[in-house]
Design a protein around this ligand. Structure first.
Ligand code: BDR
Ligand code: CA
Length: 326
């Protein structure tokens, strides 16, 4: 099996919270092709206190408290979180996002230190799946730059390759927008990078009909996942009234990123020279993936492979099969 570390900012604590990181973790844990070495928590959808609690509680729920959890960066490298919090304040109800109450504890080491040490202890073996802002990866690379030559691959959920990413801003996905400087460090590191962008992840959705299927399975995890899915769809519908995809659905951004590792036949990649905008307020977090399709030559050689197509139906079936067997 492939050894993976999942770097994440999980909102999944209770019905009503952002669920896709949690579902991605559950998918990885349900997959015999992977050994999940640990979860590293980064500030993002929620702060690291809530993210850590949610991760621990999810592992408890899945009976996988053998997987260690490490607390990581509490803020982006350079930019503050105020613009993100302002945006969230507009759409989140007063009560805020529910947070889980686990009984287990995180490990004492800092996530970035553990990440670097673990990758360096097994050159060429560890894949890092990064499904939140890239701050922990950047810190680990700063601590131990040689990690770039030792990691098997960084597989990251960020940006978009074939069109604009539009969720947090009209040109930015959340993960790139929150910490573009960290994403820049990853892209310039020289490590093998595969990027799954919003243009692909917004093609894969979970609907109320899928939640009903979960209920039919009836296991404690399936019932809980169904409640979380329904609640998240209701929230998104209220928060994004002009997005037709949210009338009955939520996106599976992070689970598709895990599937790109599990099932190479489901996501097609092409090489690109990828850069992220940091200087402009207007385009902060805009990921530019140059696949050589324009008249202007790329600014450099390929530094990543970017997802350009997805087997949508096959992925959703695969995801549900794995999740519901858990
Ligand atoms: C990314 O932002 C988060 O809200 C999702 O979990 C995903 O990782 C999409 O932009
Ligand atoms: Ca995420």
């Amino acid at each position: 099996p492939l050894r993976v570390i999942i770097d994440t900012d999980p909102g999944l604590g209770a019905p009503g919270a952002d669920i896709d990181d949690g579902l991605a973790i559950a998918l990885a844990l349900a997959s015999p092709e992977l050994i999940v070495e640990g979860l590293t928590i980064v500030n993002g959808n929620v702060d690291t206190t809530a993210g850590t609690a949610n991760a621990l509680a999810l592992l408890e729920r899945l009976g996988r408290t053998d997987v260690p959890v490490f607390v990581g960066a509490g803020a982006p490298l350079r930019r503050d979180m105020a613009p993100v919090h302002e945006l969230f304040a507009r759409v989140l109800p007063d009560a805020g996002v529910p947070t889980a109450r686990p009984v287990t504890r995180p490990r004492p080491e800092h996530a970035a230190v553990w990440l670097a040490d673990t990758v360096l202890a097994a050159p060429g073996e560890i894949t890092v799946l990064a499904i939140g802002p890239m701050t922990n990866l950047a810190l680990a690379l700063a601590l131990r730059p040689e990690m770039a030559g030792a990691v098997r691959e960084f597989v990251i959920m960020a940006g978009a390759a074939t069109t604009y990413a539009q969720n947090i801003t009209p040109v930015g996905d959340f993960n790139a927008y929150v910490d573009p400087e960290a994403l820049d460090v990853v892209l310039r590191s020289g490590a093998p990078v595969r990027m799954v962008g919003l243009d692909q992840t917004m093609r894969v959705r979970l609907t109320r009909a899928h939640a009903a299927r979960m209920r039919e399975v009836g296991s404690p995890f399936a019932l809980w996942a169904a409640d979380c899915t329904d609640a998240w769809i209701s929230f998104l519908h209220a928060a994004f009234p002009s997005r037709p995809e949210h009338v009955d659905g939520c996106f599976l951004h992070d689970p598709l990123t895990v599937a790109a590792v599990l099932r190479p036949d489901l996501v097609r990649f092409e090489p690109a020279h990828v850069q992220v905008e940091m200087g402009s307020e207007l385009c902060r977090g805009l990921v530019v993936a140059d696949r050589g399709l324009s008249l202007t030559p790329p600014a450099g050689p390929p530094n990543a492979a970017v997802a350009v197509d997805t087997e949508v139906d096959a992925f959703v079936e695969f995801f549900l099969d794995r999740l519901l067997a858990a």
